[in-house]
Design a protein. Structure first.
Length: 217
């Protein structure tokens, strides 16, 4: 998600699957529809006529919040779905870095995020054995200075929530299940969910600034 966010900030555009992956993630961590519209509009209209954004892109933002079309409640993508589907091609920025980036790109990124070569190697060992979520979890442990992560990573919003908990000391935050939902609510299949009672908002009224402060991958 960090890659999608940084790309959006620098290029002021994301292709379809990037918008979908990142947009549903932002929704899952509590960004409101109004906040999402303002966020996407502010970036896209740096390079695009506002009228074009309103006609071609705002609909899809509202659609992902269940306000257009068949008004389905779309759930965010799980790690497994991101890893297993919609393989990114040239010009795409969605996907899971641990699964879809080559070793050279990954090594450069780990170094740029301050990992020592020993720590970087411990992450890459999981990548090379195709244990992508464990690689991400190892990255979490290193960057949060933990001996062992207190969760089994299944969802990007879970990563975000745990990062926020560790870095912000937010022990009172509701414990989240994979999919960014509180225990016992809805499914986390990464596809649409028709159950309007599903609680998507785990952190309540989070801002994009909050996300930038805590999200690391
Ligand atoms: S949270 Fe980690 S393992 Fe899951 S999709 Fe994102 S980068 Fe990959």
């Amino acid at each position: 998600m960090r890659n999608l966010h940084e790309t959006l900030r620098s290029e002021h555009h994301l292709k379809h699957f990037g918008r979908l992956q990142y947009g549903l993630f932002l929704k899952s961590i509590g960004l409101s529809l109004d906040g999402a519209l303002a966020f996407w509009r502010a970036e896209f209209t740096k390079k695009m006529d506002p009228d074009k954004f309103d006609k071609q892109y705002a609909y899809h933002v509202r659609h992902s919040y269940g306000k257009e079309g068949k008004r389905a409640n779309y759930t965010p993508y799980s790690c497994m779905k991101i890893i297993m589907s919609n393989t990114p091609t040239q010009g795409d920025h969605h996907g899971c870095p641990f699964r879809h980036w080559d070793r050279s790109h990954m090594t450069t990124m780990l170094q740029s995020h301050g990992l020592s070569s020993k720590d970087g190697q411990s992450v890459l060992e999981f990548v090379e054995s195709s244990h992508y979520q464990l690689a991400c979890q190892k990255y979490f442990e290193i960057t949060h200075k933990l001996q062992s992560a207190p969760f089994s990573l299944e969802h990007p919003s879970q990563y975000f929530a745990e990062s926020r908990r560790v870095r912000g000391g937010l022990d009172s935050m509701p414990k989240t299940e994979p999919g960014g939902m509180e225990s016992g609510q809805g499914d986390a299949s990464g596809v649409e969910c028709e159950d309007e009672s599903v609680a998507m908002d785990v952190t309540a009224e989070i801002s994009v600034k909050d996300m930038e402060d805590f999200e690391s991958f």
